[in-house]
Design a protein around this ligand. Structure first.
Ligand SMILES: Cc1ncc(C[n+]2csc(CCOP(=O)(O)OP(=O)(O)O)c2C)c(N)n1
Ligand code: SF4
Ligand SMILES: [Mg+2]
Length: 328
């Protein structure tokens, strides 16, 4: 078969194909001290919280491991926007896995490293909420149960974004997705369904569980560093804004992630061996409307034909979190 020349479409920019170019043709995004695990030039939407979160998680993990790290990735937006064949934004040893088996692939890499006596190389698994709380959940629970030496990170944008915004087990009540339309008595995603994976992870009594949002990148770095100081199964659940799926302005990505915490809808905490060890307190408490209104996925709850009764039910969820985790 004749050899085909590969064309790099973004070679002139802060390139996706960077690693595949000759060294003298490569660009470096920031200063040399920064590991740049996920370089710019990828195809994420403007304001994508997942791109931001992943970059900070993996840069922090690189720093904590002295660059001795392998990442396994579930398919989803993160993988699709960062690795369109034959290019890649990843500047780390990185392995593609299926939608549903990233925790198992990460476990396998960790087992292979153990068999080779390479205790210096650490493993991070990562995926979206669909890949983690739904299809990959059995693999994740097994990873927890065996206490495999992996940090698994879920980037939770609260739906299957890569395939066009379908509901996942992490979609919040009342939210409109393509599969939870705003029709009937209970428009949007039904109440009383879904899974809280940070709490389920805690029930496995693994060494470390933490939640974070992309509104506090230093907190993400701290939690990754903390996780990498430990061995065994560790779980980090990061709320990441998705301007496309949530119907919010790209420029509001960080503000909305912050409001998720400040309303109490997304509790930010750490837990070790099944017990909560620290909680990020709410600095200035906001009503849930402040978080819901700027997002089109909740637009049906407001305006002339709005549903204040549903907003009240969502407020009750926030109030319960505040009580349960001692957020104020
Ligand atoms: C077994 C299987 N079913 C469905 C798909 C199609 N698929 C790829 S990614 C994805 C959704 C990913 O959602 P999530 O994990 O939340 O990641 P996001 O894109 O939101 O970041 C789906 C349904 C697949 N790749 N494999
Ligand atoms: S659809 Fe959402 S998660 Fe996917 S790249 Fe765009 S903003 Fe990011
Ligand atoms: Mg998702």
């Amino acid at each position: 078969m004749p050899l085909q020349q590969i064309k790099f479409y973004q070679a002139g920019s802060h390139v996706v194909g960077n690693r595949l170019l000759d060294p003298d043709q490569r660009t470096v995004q920031a200063e040399a001290g920064r590991s740049n695990t996920l370089t710019s030039g990828h195809r994420a939407c403007q304001g994508c919280g997942e791109a931001l979160g992943a970059r900070f998680v993996l840069d922090a993990a690189m720093k904590a491991t002295g660059g001795q790290m392998v990442a396994a990735n579930a398919t989803g937006c993160l993988e699709v926007f960062s690795t369109p064949f034959p290019e890649t934004s990843w500047q780390i040893p990185w392995i593609h896995s299926l939608f549903g088996n990233a925790p198992s692939v990460a476990t396998g890499v960790a087992a292979a490293l153990r068999a080779k006596g390479r205790t210096d190389v650490r493993v991070v698994g990562q995926g979206g909420d669909g890949g983690t709380v739904d299809i990959g959940f059995a693999c994740l629970s097994g990873m927890f149960e065996r206490n495999d030496d992996v940090l698994y990170v879920c980037y939770d944008n609260e739906a299957y974004m890569n395939t066009g915004v379908q509901r996942s087990g992490a979609t919040p009540p009342g939210a409109r997705t393509m599969t939870t339309q705003t029709v009937g008595d209970e428009p949007g995603n039904p109440f009383g369904q879904g899974k809280n994976v940070p709490l389920i992870a805690m029930a496995h009594e693994i060494p470390y569980v933490a939640t974070a949002t992309v509104a506090d990148l230093r907190d993400i770095e701290y939690k990754v560093e903390r996780a990498m100081q430990m061995r065994g199964a560790r779980y980090l659940h990061v709320l990441v804004t998705c301007p496309l799926g949530w119907g919010c302005a790209s420029r509001d990505s960080i503000r909305i992630a912050r409001l998720a915490k400040e309303t109490g809808l997304f509790p930010v905490f750490e837990a070790e061996h099944g017990e909560v060890t620290s909680v990020s307190k709410i600095r200035s408490r906001e009503p849930v409307e402040a978080y819901l209104e700027p997002q089109k996925r909740f637009a049906h709850l407001f305006g002339e034909h709005g549903r204040p009764d549903i907003v009240t039910r969502i407020q009750a969820i926030a109030d319960r979190n505040v009580e349960r985790f001692g957020l104020v």
